[in-house]
Ligand binder design. Structure first.
Ligand code: ATP
Ligand code: MG
Length: 555
């Protein structure tokens, strides 16, 4: 393959198509149904649609597919606009709704009836289903199929005027009941729904079906490439049929690509909605969900999500992407930009017995190990400190280089300390360590050449800021929760842990960064969403699951 060919098959098609005509413009659309919040799968589609248009001097419509008023809501419309904008995309003036075209859809349906290509079917829904046949058995014509054009026109008008109850009849395309493609066996075009629409109110009591409305909206808007997921491959002949028979000026081309599936997560609005209604998660923006709002609240930068979408690419192969791919994008993005801070997630108190009770010393700490330009800060050091509980082990193996009874460790930016005594409560739990420090070992002082193998983080107990921190793990225990019959049973009970952490003194200042790395503990952000300040762990410093997964795979 020549090196300068575009990366994925869709970009290659567009490239080929435009070779003969450099002035041709790429017009795409992102067509969400406003019945839930957007998720990572939608991000893939957004990046693709806005991406290919931008690369070809084109434009992209944000079109709400609002043809099903019983399930849709303005709240979702607003959330979708917010999320697309947050990802960094701009639809300009091209914000549309399928409902903008309700009049034109109606006229198009009338034109099909006039060409004897559509008819009103009054059969019971069960009967319509039975006559449709199966994959191995052709369908059978409905007794209503041969109605006259005039009769169809009259009844369709009565349908529109509200003379019939929901479900009483449908308008169907007249195609081929024996087609091997089930989608062509006289599919429904219009159904009756006496239901308020969020935009058109009571104007309509008949609503067009997705395949009809979608194909025509694409044609009306001059979409050149209608990019959709693989499950619509079998709908393409119908898509083309509608566009051909309605004789729109413009002929969009549908191209399918594979959906994004992410291991241990859900990318289906309907299933996400279930979780939210059952109260299993905090809401659509729960930081454990891969909804755009959840990832935003979790602290994922939009650039990391775009990077992820670029890395996974666009193909026709169905696959499941590992969570680690997304997390690596987040880590890489945050690594170069986030200032370092110190904080202890599960504190263990230590007292430095030979450090003066009233003394406080300010030690200089770097804000980023690779970027001196990000400056330094002063960390107070005194007699009582907190260290991470997991950095002390009473019965430590020989290769444990952190703190153990009689052992020595360096406190980052400070001194080497030795653990002299372990204090326990009545139930045998370690509650405090009595340590001593070596004043000659101050970091950077060059006074002593004493060396120890381990360096740990710490905060001053007198100055630390007690904070609520949310630690997240994957929401599901199984790689493909969408396949589970009882989704609640597949929830990982350890997916959220809330701890009272002790953070360094600088967190009391207004100027602390909103996103930062707590050394050795991961990347964190401040979350004020519900008016109560808390910290979210965005991602750990490395994929602690990778090893477990590898072992599991090999077993
Ligand atoms: P859901 O099952 O979550 O409701 P959907 O396909 O019904 O998804 P729409 O609102 O109709 O949701 O989707 C808008 C666009 O996003 C469509 O073009 C659809 O193909 C695309 N899309 C949805 N989910 C994914 C996914 N997992 N991967 C890639 N594209 C997706
Ligand atoms: Mg849909």
């Amino acid at each position: 393959m020549p090196e300068n060919l575009p990366k994925d098959f869709i970009r290659q098609i567009i490239h080929q198509d435009s070779l003969g005509d450099p002035s041709c413009m790429t017009v795409t659309r992102f067509p969400p149904e406003p019945n839930g919040y957007l998720h990572l799968g939608h991000a893939k589609s957004i990046c693709l649609n806005f991406g290919v248009a931008a690369e070809n001097n084109g434009i992209t419509f944000l079109r709400f597919d609002d043809t099903n008023p019983t399930k849709e809501d303005e709240i979702f419309v607003e959330s979708i606009k917010r999320d697309v904008t947050w990802l960094g995309f701009d639809w300009g003036k091209k914000l549309t709704h399928a409902s903008d075209y309700f009049d034109r859809f109606y006229l198009a349906a009338v034109s099909l009836i006039e060409k004897d290509l559509a008819y009103v079917d009054e059969s019971e829904p069960e009967e319509i289903k039975r006559l449709r046949g199966t994959l191995t058995k052709p369908g059978v014509n409905s007794p209503y199929r041969d109605r006259s054009v005039e009769e169809n026109l009259t009844i369709f008008e009565q349908m529109r005027d509200g003379e019939f109850a929901d479900g009483k009849m449908i308008l169907r395309a007249k195609i081929d009941m024996a087609s091997p493609n089930m989608n062509l066996r006289d599919p429904a075009i219009y159904r009756i729904r006496h239901h308020q629409h969020q935009r058109t109110g009571d104007n309509w009591c008949i609503y067009p079906m997705y395949d009809f409305a979608h194909a025509l909206s694409d044609a009306f808007e001059g979409i050149t490439y209608s990019l959709c997921t693989l499950e619509f491959e079998d709908h393409r002949p119908l898509y083309d049929w509608f566009i051909r028979q309605v004789e729109t000026k413009h002929r969009p081309r549908q191209i399918e690509f594979s959906r994004l599936n992410l291991a241990y997560s859900l990318t289906s609005k309907r299933k996400l909605n279930d979780l939210i209604e059952k109260g299993v998660v905090e809401g659509w923006d729960d930081p454990r969900l891969v909804t755009i709002a959840g990832m935003k609240r979790r602290g994922y930068p939009p650039a990391a999500i775009l990077d992820f979408c670029q890395r996974i690419g666009v193909t026709k192969k169905d696959n499941i992407i590992e969570m680690g791919v997304l997390e690596n994008c987040v880590r890489e993005n945050l690594g170069n930009t986030s200032e370092r801070r110190m904080g202890v997630l599960k504190p263990l108190k230590i007292t430095i017995s030979n450090y003066d009770k009233d003394q406080v010393e300010y030690l200089e700490a770097q804000n980023h190990p690779n970027f001196p330009d990000l400056g330094t800060r002063q960390m107070p050091f005194c007699r009582e400190l907190y260290i991470e509980r997991s950095d002390f082990l009473e019965d430590a193996p020989r290769k444990f280089f952190r703190l153990k009874p009689g052992g020595e460790v360096r406190l980052r930016y400070a001194y080497i300390i030795r653990c002299d005594e372990v204090i326990k409560n009545s139930s045998g739990e370690v509650i405090e360590l009595i340590c001593s420090f070596d004043p000659d070992t101050k970091s950077g002082s060059g006074k002593s050449d004493k060396k120890v193998k381990g360096t740990i983080h710490w905060v001053s107990a007198q100055h630390s800021v007690t904070s609520k921190v949310h630690l997240y793990d994957r929401l599901f225990k199984i790689p493909n929760p969408a396949s589970s019959d009882n989704i609640e049973l597949s929830i990982n009970p350890q997916s959220l842990e809330i701890v009272q952490a002790e953070l360094e003194a600088s967190f009391a200042e207004e100027s602390t960064p909103k996103v930062f790395q707590l050394e050795r503990n991961g990347y964190f952000c401040i979350d004020n969403t519900d008016g109560k300040k808390r910290f979210n762990r965005i991602v750990t410093l490395r994929d602690s699951w990778a090893k477990i997964e590898k072992q599991a795979l090999n077993s």
